[in-house]
Design a protein around this ligand. Structure first.
Ligand code: PRP
Length: 183
């Protein structure tokens, strides 16, 4: 669905599907050039990254392998704790691999900070991050993200994989959720 079809549930459209696709195409050209002659493993972080992974991977004019990881934050204050639990681990041995982590959003940065440390301990040759969205003002830890799609404000956003209680992941655009939906 498009934002216009559920406009009563949204306040602002931040990034349209067309803008996302154009950005992913540009990032794909950059990644092709940066990893020329190297094998590349894309690692998607479930569930939010499903849409980015599907569209970005298909933009690439080269072969890649893909794997998935599912993690969840837990502990006091859940997401803000920075403690991450692996719900589904990779099927791939990272030893000697060039890894590109594909994420929908960097919010506090805690998930990726944990993942980077975890992947580094598995002997990857290189680890970089591609994130479609980043909320710079929400950062609790600075993440060195090589490929960023769009910097956005610290609003509650949904769409293109991002959810509110599992809803709105199938929205094609990225939009700010209207407060009456969650308050
Ligand atoms: C979201 C997103 C990132 C993480 C970013 O996942 O996909 O993985 O939060 O937040 P952070 O920078 O504050 O750590 P979420 O835990 O909501 O799970 P989901 O992808 O299954 O929706």
């Amino acid at each position: 669905m498009r934002a216009a079809e559920i406009s009563d549930q949204l306040t602002t459209v931040l990034v349209t599907e067309e803008q996302i696709h154009a950005k992913l195409e540009a990032l794909a050209r950059q990644v092709e050039s940066d990893y020329d002659g190297k094998e590349l493993l894309l690692v998607g972080v479930l569930k939010g990254a499903v849409m980015v992974m599907a569209d970005f991977a298909r933009q690439l004019k080269r072969e890649v392998t893909m794997d998935w990881m599912a993690v969840s934050s837990y502990g006091a204050g859940t997401k803000s704790s920075g403690v991450v639990q692996i719900r589904k681990d990779l099927d791939t041995d990272l030893t000697g691999k060039h890894v590109l982590i594909v994420e929908d959003i960097i919010d506090s940065g805690l998930t990726l900070s944990w993942l980077l440390e975890n992947f580094a301990s598995r002997g990857a040759e290189s680890i970089e991050i591609l994130a479609l969205l980043r909320k710079p003002e929400a950062a609790k830890v600075e993440i060195d993200c090589r490929y960023v799609g769009f910097n956005i404000p610290t609003d509650f956003v949904v769409g293109y994989g991002l959810d509110y209680n599992e809803r709105y992941r199938n929205l094609r655009d990225v939009a700010v959720l209207a407060p009456h939906i969650y308050s």
